[in-house]
Design a protein around this ligand. Structure first.
Ligand code: MN
Length: 315
């Protein structure tokens, strides 16, 4: 499909359900609410769906949003590579033939929809939508601009990750000309943490140990630590990047307790090391800079296995 064909698709259909992925992030929700507002501005009926509801930290995207009452006739998925990511709340859409259109930027997209627009080079689903809306020519509201900017900013780690392209910066430079309060968005998305999260980070920092002449840093999160901070498991996301923030560290390892004697390892590396290969020796895998695996045993046993494997890297 090209943009003109998507434009015709929007004209020809009505009564849209827009699906967003489980554990929703700024990109899937930004794309969902931006597309919903855009379709409504065309006089179409549209709602945004998520299997778990919309997290309050993204409430600025759905302020004033009211679900419309209609019989669904068209289903569009945004930022969803695989129907497994719909989660149990939207499982009814996972059956073949239920989703009419998918707009996504994951190269791993499974092409589960009847029609798909997938651009693996795009930094965010919101970037695809921005370029699409620009080409279709209908005015973009401040709310749409706010949603799209948030998706691009969050998926690029505030324009820091390697997936940040000139196109992402060009889109951002145009979107901040709308009344979106981008500095407030970025503060809320990247700087603000709950008190519980800060308490958890403090415990995690205290657990940090160094190996191999300070080239490897290991942090630990036990279920007891998580309970003590009284925060949701989702609020523990992103801790795995902490070890690599220490100067000189080439491999950062996060040992997170799943159950008694079951630990999940998240491994992050700099240019010199392959995180995926490191995890493969424990039956795991992933990407070259970020990978994971599971190890069984007591915490001390797991730490010993990790230390041995790190020694084997010859750092
Ligand atoms: Mn995305």
């Amino acid at each position: 499909m090209d943009f003109a064909e998507i434009g015709r698709f929007f004209e020809e259909h009505d009564c849209y359900s827009i699906l967003t992925h489980k554990s929703p992030d700024g990109d899937t929700l930004g794309a969902g609410f931006a597309l919903c507002a855009y379709l409504r501005s065309m006089g179409k009926k549209a709602n945004v769906l998520n299997g778990e509801g919309f997290p309050s930290r993204y409430s600025f995207m759905y302020e004033g949003y009211e679900p419309q009452d209609f019989e669904e006739k068209c289903v569009v998925a945004v930022d969803i590579a695989d129907t497994r990511l719909l989660g149990s709340g939207l499982a009814q859409y996972a059956e073949p033939g239920k989703i009419d259109l998918c707009i996504d930027h994951h190269i791993s997209n499974k092409y589960y929809a009847k029609q798909s627009y997938v651009d693996g080079e795009a930094s965010a689903a919101c970037l695809i939508l921005y370029e699409l809306f620009k080409e279709l020519g209908r005015p973009i509201s401040d709310l749409i601009a706010k949603c799209l900017y948030t998706g691009i900013a969050t998926d690029t780690g505030c324009f820091k990750y390697e997936n940040t392209t000139p196109k992402a910066h060009i889109a951002a430079s145009e979107l901040i000309q709308y009344d979106i309060g981008f500095s407030i968005i970025n503060r809320e998305m990247f700087d603000i943490k709950s008190k519980g999260r800060i308490a958890a980070e403090k415990l995690v920092m205290d657990s940090m140990e160094f190996l191999c002449g300070d080239k490897c840093a290991v942090i630990v999160m036990t279920t007891e630590m998580m309970d003590r901070c009284g925060i949701e498991p989702a609020e523990f996301e992103g801790m795995a990047s902490i070890p690599l923030s220490v100067e000189g560290i080439k491999i950062g390892i996060t040992i997170k307790q799943r159950h008694e004697n079951v630990y999940k390892l998240s491994v992050r590396t700099t240019e010199e090391l392959d995180a995926s290969r490191f995890c493969r020796q424990f039956g795991g895998g992933g990407h070259i800079r970020a990978a994971g695996c599971e190890i069984q045993g007591t915490l001390e046993e797991v730490k010993d296995k990790v230390a041995e494997a790190v020694m084997g890297l010859g750092l």
